[in-house]
Write a protein that binds this ligand. Structure first.
Ligand code: BES
Ligand code: MN
Ligand code: ZN
Length: 501
């Protein structure tokens, strides 16, 4: 989608205009007062009838009289003014964009709301662009029927943000470009998570990363199974050994403006399909485990955005890509492996595979002495039980890093909630025969046990945060995504870097 900014009034001849309205405000005194006059009181009528109150999520299509410049006007509710934040703007743009597509139109104007007290013009531009791009995402690649193809042919190609404030134009455009790039990256992550396990194997995921690296200018290094065997990534290889599809370790680097500074490292769990291995999962719902590479998808897609935005930091994106399958060569419950770090691991449940591959990936990247490591992983069903699909579980060893992540979560809309990772929990994963075991104490504190395990493989003194995204990676329909993969984490990671000092 092309997104630009125009200084002017909204009556300058676009086919569709959209305008956000606050709840409980007098139309004539509001920004839409002039518009209401031009529409001969149509907006006031809507409010007077009670059909439209400006509540968040409400949308109404108006059919202006013939002399009016636009053929359609779309009203979208912004909710209460004092509760207007970036997410309210994302949702307003999302509702408007979906309505415009329903109207089978390819472009529209959106009048930027006068909510400036709470939000900078740049942030408003970003939020509106994100909302429009994220809401229109769909995955039709495997549909072959004519009806779907016809549907696919109509898409919103252009959004113009209209502002009455000439002084805001530059900041709005800067924000809109940022927001568009971030949201397109989130849609890229959604595409990767939608690809089924037969198509998106570890090798294919590595190829996708390589292609992206070429396109946007990232360094890309890939280790195959032989390289990993020589180097001793045995925890990762143990998970991979049951599958006919060989594993890959994918490393992307954005050099930034100073190649000599320690990097910030993002690590993603890339299980392209998680059957559970010998500790086989029940068949019901197992198909959803094609999305067990969502952390990897978010890291790869975020790296693409980081390069496109030419952010100043040096950033590493590391992905451990494997398929977890049961077979005659598969790892057994009870197996003991010597991980890359040198620590030994008792594999008591082959379905707790994410932490095994992350253990090696994090130990490898720790050697680069990064200033921080953030891992994203669809790690546990327990985090879904605790927090649902609304936020990710955050655990880590560094309050400063976690504060930064909380701020980025607030700004980006990818929400997090911290769970404790006290030393007591580290006892949960102490091994009987080996140093550590890959499950905790029965079913107690399942999400924390996962983090406690991973913490053993983070290099000494390196600030680290673990984001368990098993709930947020996938969801039912909301204004910003359809049912399925959400692209969660792409926005968070890019906002985190944007605000990194
Ligand atoms: N990939 C799953 C976790 C998951 C669950 C992701 C639901 C998305 C939705 C992970 O590999 C797993 O199987 N975890 C086990 C760990 C247990 C065996 C300690 C779980 O949560 O049951
Ligand atoms: Mn599993
Ligand atoms: Zn898994």
């Amino acid at each position: 989608m092309q997104i630009d900014v125009r200084h002017g009034s909204i009556y300058e001849g676009s086919a569709v205009i959209a305008v956000g309205m606050f709840e409980g405000e007098d139309v004539q005194k509001s920004q839409a007062g002039l518009l209401d006059n031009a529409l001969r009181g149509l907006i006031s009528d809507m409010f007077a009838s009670g059909e439209f109150e400006g509540k968040r999520g409400q949308t109404v299509v108006l059919y202006p009289h013939e002399e009016f410049a636009a053929q359609r006007a779309v009203l979208v509710g912004l909710g209460k003014r004092d509760r207007c934040n970036a997410d309210a703007l994302r949702q307003a743009a999302a509702h408007a964009a979906r309505k415009v597509r329903d109207l089978r139109r390819t472009r529209f104007d959106f009048l930027v709301p006068d909510a400036a007290d709470a939000l900078s013009a740049e942030m408003m531009g970003a939020a509106l662009a994100e909302g429009a791009v994220l809401s229109l995402y769909r995955f039709l690649r495997y549909k072959t029927d004519e009806e779907t193809k016809k549907q696919q042919a109509v898409d919103v190609e252009r959004l113009t943000l209209v502002t009455g404030k000439a002084e805001d134009v530059d900041a709005l455009q800067r924000g809109a470009t940022f927001g568009r790039i971030v949201a397109e990256a989130a849609c890229h992550a959604r595409d990767l998570a939608n690809l089924p396990g037969n198509e998106l194997t570890p090798v294919r995921l590595a190829e996708e990363a390589q292609r992206l690296a070429q396109e946007v200018g990232l360094r890309c290094t890939i280790w195959d199974e032989n390289e990993m065997r020589q180097r001793g990534l045995n925890a990762l290889l143990g998970v991979a050994q049951g599958s006919a599809n060989p594993p890959r370790l994918i490393m992307l680097e954005h050099v930034g403006s100073d190649a000599s500074t320690p990097p910030i490292a993002f690590v993603g769990k890339g299980v392209t399909f998680d059957s559970g291995g010998i500790s086989l999962k029940p068949s019901e719902g197992m198909d959803a485990m094609k999305m067990d590479m969502s952390g990897a998808g978010a890291v790869i897609a975020a790296m693409g955005a980081v390069a496109r935005l030419q952010l100043p930091q040096r950033v590493l994106g590391v992905v451990a890509a494997v398929e977890n399958m049961p077979s005659g060569t598969a790892q057994r419950p009870g197996d003991i492996v010597r991980s890359y770090s040198g620590k030994t691991i008792e594999v008591l449940n082959t379905d707790a595979e994410g932490r095994l591959i992350l253990a090696d990936a994090i130990a490898v990247i720790s050697e680069q002495k990064p200033q921080a490591i953030v891992d994203l992983a669809t790690l546990t069903g327990a985090v879904v039980t605790a927090l649902g699909h609304e936020c990710a579980g955050m655990m880590g060893n560094d309050a400063n890093l976690m504060n930064k992540i909380r701020a980025a979560a607030e700004a980006s809309g990818d929400k997090v909630w911290e769970l404790p990772l006290w030393d007591e929990y580290k006892e949960h994963v102490k091994g009987q025969l080996a140093d550590v075991k890959n499950i905790g104490k029965n079913r107690a504190a399942g999400a924390i046990a996962g983090a406690a395990f991973i913490s053993h493989f983070v290099g000494e003194g390196i600030p680290w945060a673990h984001l368990d995204i098993a709930g947020t990676a996938w969801g039912d329909e909301t204004p910003l995504h359809v049912k399925g993969p959400t692209g969660w984490g792409v926005r968070l990671l890019v906002y985190l870097l944007k605000e990194w000092e």
